[in-house]
Design a protein around this ligand. Structure first.
Ligand code: FAD
Length: 466
């Protein structure tokens, strides 16, 4: 510390105002701890609100309407070709969606007495953070929570400084609708944004290095999505790497592996994953341990190797999802307040908001096989669902993974419209040790897509085992 420094003393200093950070701060305040949040942008919401979950879902909603209108032609409804005006679209997203939620978070912070300090924060030691920028000060804390999140990963060698090369943050700005868009990466961010641009009118080519879209996800669930992508996209290249990108007369020339000739694109979206933000945080002045890929190591109470410092959210590694960050934030706050909390959730749902949606949680079939765990698997194709037929979406599938010995539901997956909502029931089932019989005997309203969970459970009870 230097003479003349403005020093703020608090119980808890939270570094980073994303979902992990603000959830932690709000819970700390509720538990009577004096709490401040340091955020580089002096705002709460983080990547989720400004460049992630929320703006992408707003744009996917627009894409879904376009898709539904297209499908409605089958039932004799023709709205004509969609005309997209980017200015009102961007304004709606920025003001009515992101702006509204941002103002909401600011007012919650005010109501709970959580101050948000703007500036980059870095540890000076295990008890203080120095904040730079317009509000320079040193914050002395009893405990700190690192919630600095993640940033888009880059591909070495494809780091061309060109406006035509976008990461997810730039793509969400929708500055234009490129005629030809190359998406590098067939993970959830690449596919969600690829579908947004395809719906808006771009010819989208997706390149994925592994042998399937959504690497790591259950293959039965991916299949209907892959079929849809084949229809929506100009091309999907699997087991393919982008060898080089070059800016050539107002376009990007991409050379794809596998001996294909160079192809020209108006824009390129690089969506190859995210990396934890743990550098330039002064963590070397603390006892915090950093593992591979910059991930901060934490125990089940979200505490780092430094007794005074906790870490939550993307900076603690996979799965990098907002709801996991929020839960961890609450666990860290409770642990600091001396309560018996732990991040011991059996199921962290994952949702891909594409058309069709893909969602899963708990133990999936391939994982169970790898672990040598005895499970029974039920699959209920939506071709047999009344509700799916009424909305013209018989392409879905519901899958249950049940522990053979106990009959408990240990995993579930859904692909189809609304999968992201349907998966919530299975997360509760897994956390509550629900058995396949409980699920089969629970009355699910007819006709709904949720019946597919009951039907899948029934098929296991009545012999449809695998
Ligand atoms: P972040 O949200 O990354 O917030 C970190 C904050 O800390 C930022 O405001 C940053 O500016 C600030 N910061 C960092 N370092 C410092 C410092 N030293 N000093 C001051 N401030 C600092 N997740 C889902 O669950 N569902 C989705 O549908 C979903 N969609 C996504 C779509 C896209 C396109 C992207 C990119 C991500 C998506 N995610 C989604 C992931 C989700 O956004 C993250 O998991 C979530 O935001 C992580 O929260 P966090 O609190 O760990 O960090």
């Amino acid at each position: 510390m230097v003479m003349g420094d403005l020093v703020t003393e608090v119980d808890v200093a939270v570094l980073g105002g994303g979902p992990g950070g603000y959830s932690a701060a709000f819970r700390c305040a509720e538990l009577g701890l004096e709490t401040v949040v340091v955020d580089a942008g002096k705002r709460l919401g983080g990547a989720c609100l400004y460049e992630g979950c929320i703006p992408s879902k707003a744009l996917l909603h627009v894409a879904a309407i376009i898709g539904e209108a297209e499908r409605a032609k089958e039932f004799g409804l023709d709205f004509g070709e969609p005309r997209v005006s980017l200015d009102p679209l961007r304004k709606w997203k920025a003001e009515r969606v992101v702006g509204k939620l941002s103002r909401g978070l600011a007012s919650v912070a005010k109501a709970k007495g959580v101050e948000v300090i703007g500036g980059w924060g870095a540890f000076e030691d295990s008890r203080s953070i120095r904040v730079g920028g317009d509000e320079p000060q040193v914050i002395r804390f009893k405990h700190a929570i690192v919630a600095t999140g993640s940033l888009p990963s880059r591909v070495p060698g494809l780091d061309l400084a060109s406006e035509r090369i976008m990461d997810s943050t730039a793509a969400l700005e929708v500055t234009e609708i490129p005629e030809r868009l190359l998406v590098i990466g067939g993970g959830y961010i690449g596919l969600e944004l690829g579908q947004v641009y395809a719906a808006l009118g771009s010819r989208v080519t997706v390149v994925e290095m592994t042998d399937g879209l959504l690497p790591g996800a259950d293959r039965d669930l991916v299949q209907p999505l892959a079929r849809r992508c084949e229809k929506m996209f100009a091309a999907v290249h699997l087991k393919t790497k982008v060898a080089s990108l070059k800016e050539v007369s107002g376009a990007i020339e991409a050379t794809l592996g596998g001996g294909q000739g160079p192809q020209s694109f108006d824009r390129v979206l690089v969506a190859v994953g995210r990396r934890a933000v743990s550098d330039k945080l002064g963590l070397e002045t603390t006892k915090v341990k950093i593992a591979e890929r910059g991930v901060i190591s934490v125990d089940e109470r979200c505490r780092t190797a430094d007794l005074h410092i906790y870490a939550v959210g993307d900076v603690t590694g996979d799965p990098m999802l907002a709801h996991r960050a929020m839960r961890q934030g609450k666990v860290a706050a409770e642990a600091i307040a001396g309560r018996p909390a732990a991040f011991d959730n059996a199921a962290v749902p994952a949702v891909v908001f594409t058309d069709p949606e893909v969602a899963w949680c708990g133990l999936m079939e391939a994982e169970a096989q790898r672990a040598g765990r005895a499970v029974r698997v039920a699959k209920f194709p939506w071709a047999a669902s009344g509700r799916a037929a009424t909305i013209g979406r018989s392409d879905g599938l519901t899958k249950l993974v049940v522990d053979s010995a106990s009959g408990r539901v240990v995993g579930a997956g859904v692909v189809g419209p609304g999968a992201g909502e349907l998966i919530a029931e299975t997360a509760l089932a897994i956390e509550s040790a629900v058995t396949v019989e409980d699920l089969a005997l629970t009355i699910h309203a007819h006709p709904t897509l949720s019946e597919s969970l009951m039907e899948a459970a029934e098929s296991l009870l009545h012999g449809g085992t695998k």
